[in-house]
Design a protein around this ligand. Structure first.
Ligand code: 5GP
Length: 184
């Protein structure tokens, strides 16, 4: 694949299927490297430190903010999430296409800092389908589900600030759509 931009942001509301789409992108193109974020949220069952996230304390996260060790960071549903700067730089220098799977505030920060980064917003087919997907995932308690759904309204309203918007009806279709965008 030629002419791929070096930094690609996949954003959209929690539950839209970003993780599943990203996993397929990584499986289908070995030049893509997914940034591993740091978070203060507790690991879910089966999640591993250094694989899904770097699970760190509030104190450590705040220290990293002060030391400017994040490319971007945001608060989401009561926790902090951020992209560590050093590995992203390193991977871009090595020629990888770096993929960030992040929420909307962080994605906006990247757009400001790097207008050339390619941003793709994934929309759910409907609000009820989004709720169904979050519930089916079974990873959040009721209160956390509510927070995520409330935040989704705000996030969806920002979708037109991004370069491309794809409605995630079907993972395969969406993945093909993403490859079409990054090849074009
Ligand atoms: P979850 O708790 O479901 O893993 O993630 C919650 C939200 O945080 C998701 O929308 C996810 O994409 C986003 N997120 C994950 N890592 C980062 C990050 O490094 N920065 C930002 N801004 N959002 C992130």
């Amino acid at each position: 694949m030629k002419n791929l931009k070096r930094l690609i942001i996949i954003t959209g509301p929690s539950g839209v299927g970003k993780g599943t789409v990203v996993k397929e992108l990584l499986d289908r193109n070995k030049d893509i490297w997914l940034s591993i974020s740091a978070t203060t949220r507790n690991p879910r069952i089966g999640e591993k430190d250094g694989e899904n996230y770097y699970f760190i304390s509030d104190e450590r996260f705040k220290d990293m903010i002060v030391k400017k060790e994040f490319l971007e960071w945001a608060q989401f549903a009561g926790n902090y999430y951020g992209t560590p700067l050093s590995t992203v730089n390193e991977k871009i220098e090595k020629g990888f296409i770096v993929l960030l799977e992040i929420e909307v505030e962080g994605a906006k920060q990247i757009k400001e800092k790097f207008p050339k980064a390619l941003s793709i917003f994934l929309l759910p087919p409907s609000k009820s389908e989004l709720e169904k997907r979050i519930r089916n995932r079974g990873t959040e308690k009721e209160e956390a589900i509510d927070r995520r759904l409330r935040r989704a309204d705000y996030e969806i309203a920002s979708s037109d600030e991004f370069d491309f918007v794809l409605t995630n009806h079907d993972v395969d279709e969406t993945v093909k759509g993403v490859f079409k965008i990054i090849k074009s």
